[in-house]
Design a protein around this ligand. Sequence first.
Ligand SMILES: [Zn+2]
Ligand SMILES: [Zn+2]
Length: 266
Amino acid sequence: MWFDSHCHPSADAFDDDRASVLERAFASGVAGLLAIGAGWGVAHNPRTLALAESDPRVFAAVGVHPHDAAEADAEARALVERWLGHPRVVALGECGLDYHYMRSAREVQRDALAWQLALARERGLPVSLHVRGEKPDAFAEVLDLWRALGGGSLEGVLHCYTGTLEFAKRALDAGLLVSFSGILTFKRDGGLREIARALPLDRLLVETDAPLLAPEGFRGRRNEPARVADVGRVLAQVRGEPIEEVAAATSRNARRLFRIAEPATA
Ligand SMILES: [Zn+2]
Ligand SMILES: [Zn+2]
């Protein structure tokens, strides 16, 4: 059984067939998933909450994506703070820094992230972090803010990891987990397989980031949570570990991070 630790099933891309997409995921061994409310504007978050209300296997994260950081004015922040109190919310996110696309100014992104990290700490919520861009170094800046604002008590995951092995080790030292997406399955994976092999299994998660990042063989098409198994299969292959073990460990890691009880076994 898999846990898709980061996907966007409330996105418009699923408006025509959302129920069957979720059914396909559950039928193919996805026992639970974290639906991320951030990524399509701050106002999208309540759609994710509504979806999580509709199915006990769908959990919600609420937050402001770095692309949307410029939207995070006082009014938006008050809304996010209210939405975080929803009973289906298990995490804050995704938030972070994206200097690759730089859709919001750097200082604006940093300010929105600092606000959200402080909020996560105050609420005792784990964080789903989005980090992209090397010039300036988004990874180093996220880790600096994480240490400065977390005070050693924040928990979270670097979603869709694309950084270096050296940085992944520093992130693990700071208490973070690392999540692999469909990029791990790409023929040109940018060295990710080597990183996936080197890190301890008890700190790894798998995700689809659906509708984005469809795995090899489906690239350019809409991704969906059922394909988290494709990511997990490659993770098991590169580590030389049984797929059942990788599925169980990554699911256990996700449930521990997001404080979600194991599903009742039939
Ligand atoms: Zn992201
Ligand atoms: Zn995402």
